[in-house]
Design a protein around this ligand. Structure first.
Ligand SMILES: Nc1ncnc2c1ncn2[C@@H]1O[C@H](COP(=O)(O)OP(=O)(O)OP(=O)(O)O)[C@@H](O)[C@H]1O
Ligand SMILES: [Mg+2]
Length: 362
């Protein structure tokens, strides 16, 4: 069993500020949990506390059934992969992978077997005799992961392991890590500030801000129902559009009047009283371009960004830019007028005062 329980965990580096503020979370055995949040929110600190290389100010970390607060890092059954690889430059790939096992006094034959098995999984067998300086970034990253695999940990802790790689290699390694998780049957905690990485890898994502969890849920839950505008911003790429709106009653139902465009909400009528003024959040992929002039916005194209096989239209809306993402089947001219419609089911609604999602606070 390698479930992990964090109970009322806090970290205080200085008197004035709690870097980690009373967080609790249960990570299931064999789960892939992603910690996602902006720079400085405490992701690495939390991971390092689980690994045992950072002291705990308050609270407990339990791995399996054991409270590990006072257990040495090497005896916690965890292995950590760092962002900067942290390979020993004077050791070969083989020796780098061997080092931790030697310290743990694993027998030579077993060490050899584990290293070759890990090298096989990561396709680095042909690199075992090389020094880190003779490797590409992606290869170094594989070695860093290999060094964790050979320890056969119950728990893998990964701190932005792909952030030094170029975009193509990142995509490849992301898939490799996902497969590795399926193959190794271990619990993974993975830190990133990249939302694409988070949603593709995580069984669940814990979104952090300023030392607290903002929302914990499956990628689908977080995308479909972000608890507030902070989470909606963080999980949306390209950025979400916001338009001030009002909740109104039409035909006995609750509608959102989004700057003159009416959208059905399926919210109970009393929501209108509780949250009359809202902000509609509309993701660029949840808009469409249409000939229809009724219940659409007329907007002017200011810029067309090509993203692979899609395009992102930058449109002038009042004093801001409104983004629409669609398949690349037509090139739009600068200055061209288009009609923009919204997919009603996907419109998010936030209270203007609190910025909370009106669906999640009901
Ligand atoms: N040893 C330390 N002493 C004092 N403050 C620290 C120490 N280590 C980290 N901090 C502070 O704690 C906060 C959280 O740091 P942490 O490294 O956990 O952030 P992070 O979420 O991993 O950010 P990033 O995405 O940039 O890696 C930051 O404000 C940081 O400056
Ligand atoms: Mg960090």
């Amino acid at each position: 069993m390698s479930a992990i329980t964090l109970q009322s965990l806090s970290k205080q580096y200085t008197k004035e500020k709690r870097t980690l503020d009373n967080v609790s979370l249960e990570i299931k055995d064999k789960e892939f949990l992603v910690l996602l949040g902006p720079s400085g929110c405490g992701k690495s600190t939390l991971l390092r506390m689980i690994a045992g290389i950072e002291d705990i100010t308050h609270g407990t970390v339990t791995i399996g059934d054991v409270c590990v607060n006072d257990v040495e890092p090497k005896d916690r059954g965890v292995a950590m992969v760092f962002q900067n690889y942290a390979l020993y430059p004077h050791m070969t790939v083989y020796e780098n992978m061997d080092y931790g096992l030697k310290i743990k006094k694993v027998k030579k034959a077993e060490r050899e077997e584990r290293i070759h098995a890990a090298a096989d999984i990561l396709q680095i067998t042909h690199l075992l005799k090389r020094l880190p300086s003779q490797l590409s970034g992606g290869q170094k990253q594989r070695v860093a992961i290999g060094r964790a695999i050979v320890k056969e940990p119950k728990v893998f802790l990964m701190d932005e392991p792909l952030s030094n790689l170029d975009a193509k290699l990142r995509n490849e390694m992301r898939i490799e890590i996902k497969k590795l998780h399926e193959r190794l049957n271990s619990t993974f905690i993975y830190v990133t500030h990249d939302q694409v990485e988070a949603v593709t890898l995580g069984d669940r994502i814990a979104i952090m801000a300023e030392g607290k969890f903002k929302q914990i849920g499956t990628p689908m839950e977080i995308i479909e129902c972000p608890v507030d505008m902070f989470v909606a911003n963080f999980i949306s790429s390209p950025p979400i559009n916001y338009i001030e709106a009002e909740l109104v009653e039409r035909y006995g139902q609750t509608y959102a009047d989004i700057d003159g465009l009416l959208v059905e909400t399926n919210l109970p009528l009393d929501t209108i009283r509780n949250h009359p003024n809202v902000i509609a959040g509309i993701r660029p992929e949840h808009c469409f371009i249409t000939e229809e002039t009724n219940n659409t916005y007329a907007m002017k194209v200011t810029f067309t960004e090509i993203i692979g096989t899609d395009i992102l239209l930058h449109l002038a809306y009042k004093n801001t830019t409104f983004l629409v993402k669609k398949s690349f089947d037509h090139m739009y001219a600068k200055g061209e007028m288009v009609n923009v419609g919204l997919l009603a089911n996907h419109v998010l609604l936030f209270d203007q005062k609190t910025q909370l999602n009106v669906r999640s606070i009901r």
